[in-house]
Write a protein that binds this ligand. Sequence first.
Ligand SMILES: CC(C)(COP(=O)(O)OP(=O)(O)OC[C@H]1O[C@@H](n2cnc3c(N)ncnc32)[C@H](O)[C@@H]1OP(=O)(O)O)[C@@H](O)C(=O)NCCC(=O)NCCS
Length: 172
Amino acid sequence: MTLETGRLLLRAFEPGDVDAVHDACQDEDIQFYTPVPVPFGRQDAEKMVREGREGWAADKDYVLGAFRKDTVALVGSYCLTKVSAGVYELGYWAVKDQRGQGYSAEAARALCDWGWATLDVHRIEWWAMAGNTGSRAVAERLGFTVEGTLRNRGIANDGKPHDWWVGGLVRA
Ligand SMILES: CC(C)(COP(=O)(O)OP(=O)(O)OC[C@H]1O[C@@H](n2cnc3c(N)ncnc32)[C@H](O)[C@@H]1OP(=O)(O)O)[C@@H](O)C(=O)NCCC(=O)NCCS
């Protein structure tokens, strides 16, 4: 399955993407704000690529790598994960040196549009650690309503509980 936007090609990760995924996930923000293992080794990148492909095969989790059409560089990872009947969670991370160019909003919008058109879904959720203004900006750009702050909702890689923001998009 591939999706195309004005500037990006989105496709399932392939074994040849392991190095790019490994390099991207050395970023301290990805390691703090997303549940990747820390430290993030080459085996973790191989596992991420493998599990991404298994998610598609199981028709459950839909992870796409986004790649620039002009340079074919990896831009980031964008995922819809089934939470419960009709509810999917949107997750993403972007390669540090590709940020700030609107790529994540472009890729995540394409994935959500595909989800609305293809999946039996009535709600797409977004969760982020409170204070992750970049993630929130992307979600709000996509039209998500931030619905609340859950106190001490999760433990981050610093081993401490943090508040979490939750938002949603619902089928109109
Ligand atoms: C969050 C993240 C994916 C944003 O990626 P990005 O490619 O830079 O986002 P975009 O360029 O598409 O930005 C979309 C909008 O968000 C805004 N934005 C992006 N990062 C921002 C930041 N750190 N602070 C404030 N606004 C930000 C952009 O200005 C843009 O707004 P606009 O459309 O009004 O101009 C990226 O910073 C990242 O990977 N962070 C670490 C991992 C992470 O936190 N993932 C989410 C876990 S919930």
